[in-house]
Design a protein around this ligand. Structure first.
Ligand code: GMT
Length: 375
């Protein structure tokens, strides 16, 4: 199959998922054409069957703002026509599904009928998409997509109710490559971060408000009242300065290590004990899944699709949004009981392998592609 994939190329779950999907499909012999404004972060080296088409920005004195959605639609048309694509799969509704729809309509006039599948990832439905100016566009583009998938049951249901849409939405959970994300021991990094054997909490995100990264620092502060611990923060984004300010205010600047954006997540998880995801809203929690595959239990908020991933009291714990005390209590209970911690760690890995391994989820996408192409 020849598939066009459009996603955000930046540090974020939807782009990561789309890129991993493209890589997995290419491994299975499909031709995958990424169409985006930059090379997706996880396309770090050459992969057979993967092609990249960069959206060019046209600058003209009259255009005070970049016309990205239109440039994207133009590039989609060009690639679909030239490469003879069977299918366009867009990730994150805004603006990708709208650009895709436009491309489809224009191609139809040239006698080319290409199907479009939209995968809904999270804030495209739960936050940005609900802004009054975007809502009609999101609703329209979902209704007009030939197929729609959502990354959790929660997100599928939210889409139908929030946008009053009557459509079949296929639920396909996030996945992880458990041959890549696996338990490893990174003693060097552990010693570097925690020279006195402190426990290591870890969080990775794009530091947006919705991630509540400051909560991870507050949790660390409470954990430290009972157990020596450090917090490793991976990623960057608008809330990073606020986090740095809070770490200084709580006198934790030596205990909170800001690594910024990093590719080597497996190595970082290999030196970590516990993953924190205290999000305000989280449609699935791909980063938590990747940590679990590395044998790292996760403590998360109880929002969105997280209960579809985390087995409370088995692979980690779930607490109410903002319940810092409870999250800290859970962390301390795991750190104080080595047997329980090891059990949670093994169960986390097992859950990643049995329920969300790449080889189980990719065929679901392939079957869905076939279904839409034959519809
Ligand atoms: O924030 C988003 O909705 C965008 C997206 C991203 O690019 O960071 O994240 C979402 O997609 C991931 C992959 O499907 C999910 O695992 C994340 O839970 C989801 N993030 C949120 O819902 C906040």
């Amino acid at each position: 199959m020849k598939i066009g994939i459009t996603c955000y190329p930046t540090y974020g779950g939807s782009g990561v998922l789309a890129t991993e999907l493209g890589k997995a499909l290419a491994d299975k012999g499909h031709s995958v054409h990424f169409i985006s404004y930059a090379l997706p972060t996880r396309l770090s080296h050459f992969y057979e069957n993967i092609y990249y088409h960069e959206v060019e920005f046209s600058s003209y004195p009259l255009f005070e703002y970049q016309l990205y959605s239109l440039s994207l639609a133009s590039k989609m048309i060009e690639v679909i026509e030239y490469e003879n694509l069977d299918l366009l799969h867009v990730h994150y509704a805004i603006p990708h599904a709208v650009s895709g729809f436009l491309a489809q309509q224009i191609l139809k006039k040239n006698g080319i009928d290409v199907k479009m599948i939209t995968t809904l990832h999270g804030t495209d439905i739960t936050l940005v998409g609900l802004e009054p100016s975007f809502l009609p566009l999101v609703k329209f583009s979902i209704e007009e997509s030939d197929g729609v998938t959502a990354v959790s049951r929660f997100l599928g249901e939210k889409t139908l109710t929030n946008y009053q849409i009557n459509k079949d939405i296929q639920i396909i959970h996030n996945f992880v490559d458990t041959d890549v994300f696996k338990p490893v021991k990174n003693e060097n990094f552990r010693k570097h971060i925690a020279p006195d054997g402190e426990k290591i909490l870890v969080h990775t995100s794009n530091f947006r408000k919705v991630k509540r990264v400051t909560d991870t620092i507050k949790v660390l502060s409470l954990v430290k009242e009972e157990i020596p611990a450090k917090l490793v923060l991976v990623g960057d984004g608008p809330d990073r300065s606020e986090c740095e300010r809070l770490a200084r205010e709580l006198d934790l600047q030596k205990d909170v290590i800001f690594l910024g954006k990093q590719d080597g997540l497996v190595e970082i998880f290999g030196a970590s004990d516990l993953f924190l995801m205290p999000s305000q809203s989280e449609s699935f929690g791909l980063a938590a899944l990747e940590a679990m595959a590395c044998g790292i239990p996760a403590i998360t908020s109880s929002v969105g699709g997280l209960p579809e991933l985390i087995l409370h009291n088995e692979t980690g714990y779930i607490a109410e949004i903002g319940d810092i005390e409870r999250m800290a209590k859970y962390a301390i209970s795991l750190f104080k009981n080595e047997r329980k911690f090891l059990k949670f760690s093994a169960k986390s890995r097992e859950r990643a392998v049995t329920a969300f391994e790449k080889s189980k989820i990719i065929p679901q996408y392939e079957e869905y592609y076939e279904k839409i192409l034959n519809s």
